[in-house]
Every structure is written in structure tokens, then in C-alpha cells.
Design a protein around this ligand. Structure first.
Ligand code: PLP
Length: 375
């Protein structure tokens, strides 16, 4: 199998699985139990928190484990709106956020919030000025992702944070950094909330974290319950998942420079090889090296993904093809119809090789040469 869909989820290295198995089978105590077998796990959760915080470059005490990136996004938005309920009920976000943010915004609209959805240009880009101009005296929250999961566009979160201090110092800033984990410093970003998820960096599915900065006073929990995670995120700590997240974070940190160089080189090679295929075009102007959005203009993405899938090559149509319609991200770019219909996403990880790219390029060329394009 050739796996070129790391932005969807990444393979779990053996060392991560081993760390989890140890916890599942030998160290299964509940961190809330009083006897040493449990209490030991409380300490270990704090070690694991420090390991993940080191990858984010944030104070460990501000990092809270969640069940996934989706939970972190929902929690952050709701906590920001709650803290600023006397400031106003306006939210600024972008039309290209992950559905975890967009759907939460829709719920918040039903609950009385007003949401401004900023559209990017045809390249998927948005400036900090655009975001700041949309901020009003009653803006409770701004939510702008760090790296777009379909386009690889990196948004200017640090500039937005700096600008917000002057534009409306009460407004809280959230960034969904799920696709950027391992590439940024939360301290340098300056956002009040930073969402991350383990399974995009070789950790297990079902665990994430939300960094909450010092400007958030008494963050409102999403769940009522036993008061784990310093009273902010109830639910017995998913110790095996957290252990796996921490081990994956350590591996990412150790290999950060090597991974980045590898991904940048792969991205350049892949772009060259893919653009040599007739009718293949690049989509957007993203710079994240692990994501390459393309369009085989005129050939529907769903068919391409199925055809390559049947040959054991895993790529994605972005989140791109929901019942034949382009994704909300592709739709926001307002691309010509034939280009929008053909948008696919290749995404790479530390284990991706040039041979994987070659096999994918050959399969895409064959698809183009043997299948009829749409009218
Ligand atoms: N945000 C972004 C940008 C993502 O790519 C994803 C996952 O696809 C999520 C949020 C949701 O993360 P999780 O799958 O952990 O809920």
C-alpha cells in the first residue's frame, strides 16, 4: 500500500504503540485512585503533559488533554464566548476552517451569536489585516486556523494576535493548530487557545489537547463531572492514549529538523512530477510542506480517489467530495468548475518516499489517459 494521506491520519510508530501497550496492560491504574498504583499514574500524566507541552512550546500547566481536536475546537470557542459574554456575541472566523470550528459556530449562531465568515482569495490566502478589520468592539472571539488541512495554507496567527491587542484587547484568539503540530511555538503565536490532536503526528486517535493561555480567566469546561484536568476537563484520563501522544510528541521533537527537510524535499519533487501530467494544476498557494493540493482539471476527484484506492494508493479528495460537491474549502476558493471538480490532496509524513510519489504520479497519469473527463 502507498499511503499519501497523512493529513487525514498518520501511522503509529511501534515505539508509540509499545508505550500504549505498557499502560494498557501493566499500568492501568486510575490516576484518581489513592493507592500508589493509581497515584503513580497521576505523576505520569504530568510527565506526559510536559512532553506534549515541549512540542507545542507552551507552559505545561496550560495544556489540557481532550478526546480529540474536535473537542478542543468546540471547547475553545465556547469558553471564549462565555468569558466575553459581557463584551458581545460576535465571532470572527474564516470560511475555510475545519468543520469542528464551522459547525460549532453554526450552533453558536442558533444560540444567539453573530458570526462573520471571512473568505480567502483564490489562493486560499487571508491577511491579518482582513481579520483585524472584521473585529468590532463586541467581538468576543476570533478563530483562525494555523494550517489549512486541505490547502496547506499557513495563516498569520501571530500577526493577528499582535494586532488584536490594539484593535480589541478583550477579544480572545483561538487557533486550530491540528495540522501544524510540531511546526510552531505556542508562546510565539500568542493565541489564547491552541487546539492540537495526536493522530496527525503518529499518536493514537481519540486524544488531543487544548492549550489555554493566561488571559482566559476560569475557562468554562465543556463537560460537567469528576473534575479531572484541574477541574477543567472531566472524564477519567485516557492514560494509554495520553502516553502514546507523549511518545509521538517526543519523536516529533527529536526528529523535527530532519522531518522538515525531508517533507520540503518531497513536496518539491512531488510538485514537479505531478505538474508534468497534462491538465494537472496546483491549487492554492499553501506552504505547509506536508500538504500538496492539486487538481486534475476536468476529472472528478471522487473517481480519481476510488481508482487509485483500488490500486492500493491512498490519497484524498480533500475533505473534498461530499456527495459529488466540492468541499466548503474548495468552494470558498471560487475556482472554475472543472478545476474545483478535480481537487485532490496528497499529504506526506516522515515515512513517505520518492518511490511512493512516482507510483502515485504514474497512477494519476494513467487515470487521465484512460478515463473520460467530465463535459
Ligand atoms: N482541525 C483540523 C484542521 C483537522 O485537520 C482535523 C482533523 O482532520 C480536526 C480539526 C479534527 O481533529 P480530530 O480528528 O482529532 O477530531
Amino acid at each position: 500500500m502507498i499511503y499519501l494521506d497523512h493529513a487525514a491520519t498518520a501511522p503509529v510508530p511501534r515505539a508509540v504503540a509499545d508505550a500504549m501497550i505498557e499502560v494498557l496492560t501493566e499500568r492501568y491504574g486510575n490516576p484518581s485512585s489513592q493507592y500508589p498504583f493509581g497515584a503513580e499514574m497521576k505523576k505520569r500524566v504530568e510527565d506526559w503533559r510536559r512532553a506534549v507541552a515541549a512540542l507545542l512550546d507552551c507552559p505545561a500547566e496550560g495544556l489540557h488533554f481532550t478526546s480529540c481536536g474536535t473537542e478542543g475546537d468546540n471547547w475553545a470557542l465556547r469558553a471564549a464566548v462565555w468569558q466575553n459574554r459581557h463584551v458581545g456575541n460576535h465571532i470572527v472566523t474564516t470560511a475555510v476552517e475545519h468543520s469542528a470550528v464551522l459547525e460549532c459556530c453554526k450552533w453558536l449562531e442558533r444560540e444567539g451569536c453573530e458570526v462573520t465568515y471571512l473568505a480567502p482569495d483564490q489562493n486560499g490566502s487571508l491577511t491579518a489585516e482582513q481579520v483585524l478589520e472584521a473585529v468590532r468592539p463586541d467581538t468576543a472571539a476570533v478563530s483562525v486556523m494555523l494550517v489549512n488541512n486541505e490547502l496547506g495554507t499557513v495563516y498569520p496567527v501571530a500577526d493577528i494576535a499582535r494586532g488584536l491587542a490594539a484593535r480589541n484587547p478583550k477579544t480572545l484568539l483561538h487557533t486550530d493548530a491540528v495540522q501544524g503540530l510540531g511546526t510552531f511555538s505556542a508562546r510565539a503565536l500568542g493565541a489564547d487557545f491552541v487546539t492540537v490532536s495526536a493522530h496527525k503526528i503518529g499518536g493514537p486517535k481519540g486524544v488531543g489537547a487544548l492549550y489555554i493561555g493566561p488571559r482566559v480567566r476560569n475557562p468554562r469546561p465543556l463537560l460537567a463531572g469528576g473534575g479531572q484536568e484541574r477541574g477543567l476537563r472531566s472524564g477519567t484520563e485516557a492514560t494509554a492514549q495520553i502516553a502514546g501522544f507523549a511518545r509521538a510528541a517526543e519523536l516529533r521533537l527529536e526528529n523535527r529538523e530532519r522531518n522538515r527537510a525531508h517533507l520540503e524535499a518531497l513536496h518539491a519533487v512531488a510538485l514537479e512530477k505531478m505538474l508534468a501530467i497534462p491538465d494537472m494544476v496546483c491549487v492554492g498557494a499553501g506552504t505547509a510542506p506536508h500538504i500538496l493540493p492539486l487538481s486534475l482539471a476536468g476529472w472528478p476527484a471522487g473517481n480519481i480517489v476510488n481508482d487509485l484506492g483500488s490500486q492500493g494508493i491512498c490519497i484524498s479528495a480533500g475533505s473534498a467530495c461530499h456527495q459529488g460537491k466540492p468541499s466548503h474549502v474548495v468552494a470558498a476558493l471560487k475556482l472554475p468548475k472543472r478545476v474545483a471538480a478535480g481537487v485532490i490532496r496528497l499529504s506526506f509524513g516522515p515515512g513517505t518516499t520518492e518511490a511512493d510519489i512516482d507510483a502515485c504520479a504514474q497512477a494519476l497519469r494513467r487515470h487521465r489517459d484512460t478515463r473520460m473527463p467530465m463535459l
